[in-house]
Design a protein around this ligand. Structure first.
Ligand code: APR
Length: 235
């Protein structure tokens, strides 16, 4: 990698796996035994609000039992010491990047520790359970929902993400299967922008062939080594 200046990093569930949070499409995948359609679509929320709210209440509560791992901490070092532009885009809704201390971070699929008003769009930090029909403090409608981007809904900050990718020199994908768009299409956008592309993943993903360099291994091992190399100019 010749002297990247602006870096965009995309993370997926694989970066949280070594912290003990199950991935979505791995063996015994997440979703607490529910089919995805049961808990992560607007239709599911309308059909069974108790099930959907309870599912996310369980995942929010589980955050207290996990800690950031070496990969999260390495990305914080990069965030702190990297003089160029850096944007960490995570698909994850857990708070491990936040708790590790990443600053130049955005959650494109929402966050467990946030709630959204379906009536007025107000978003605010939230901890603890979120019963269906909770009243929005901003507009008072009984319309608070988990602040999770469901399948079929538009992810957050897409314009900001696309601008960052179009002006980056290096795009790095960590711990994602490349199964879900629009995130799975970011590598093509980066290639179109002339950026170098690197994948760090436990196994080959749906997108591996589209990366200039695809390194297989656990994020807890690969990410700290890669960050050390980038910060010493040896990447
Ligand atoms: N280190 C690195 N990669 C890992 C590790 C690990 N320790 N463990 C698993 N992986 C890899 C898997 O090989 C897989 O390619 O992480 C990837 C996880 O893929 P998914 O379970 O599909 O998760 P993700 O890619 O984040 O899913 C994307 O799909 O369900 C939706 O909204 C949800 O954000 C999620 C999106």
């Amino acid at each position: 990698m010749t002297d990247p200046r602006n870096i965009v990093i995309l993370t997926g569930a694989g970066i949280s796996a070594e912290s003990g949070i199950a991935t979505f499409r791995g063996p015994g995948g997440l979703w607490e035994g529910h089919r995805v359609e049961d808990v992560c679509t607007p239709q599911a929320l309308r059909a069974d609000p108790d099930l959907v709210h309870r599912f996310y209440d369980l995942r929010r509560a589980a955050l207290t039992r996990v800690e950031p791992n070496a990969a999260h901490h390495a990305l914080v070092r990069l965030d702190r010491d990297w003089a160029g532009d850096l944007l960490l885009v995570t698909q994850n809704v857990d708070d491990l990047h936040d708790r590790a201390g990443s600053r130049r971070l955005l959650h494109m699929h929402g966050e467990l520790k946030s709630r959204l008003c379906a009536a007025c769009g107000d978003r605010a930090p939230h901890d603890g359970d979120l019963p269906p029909g909770s009243a929005c403090p901003a507009c008072h409608a009984p319309a608070l929902r988990p602040d999770i981007v469901f399948f079929g809904e538009m992810p957050y900050a897409m314009e900001r993400i696309e601008d960052a990718i179009l002006s980056c020199d290096l795009f790095v994908s960590i711990g994602t299967s490349g199964a879900v768009y629009p995130a799975a299409g970011f590598v093509e956008l980066a290639r179109h922008a002339g950026a170098a592309t690197l994948e760090l993943n436990l196994e080959r993903s749906a997108g591996s062939a589209r990366f200039d360099d695809s390194r297989l291994g656990a994020a807890g091992t690969l990410v700290p080594a890669w960050v050390d190399a980038v910060l010493t100019g040896a990447a």
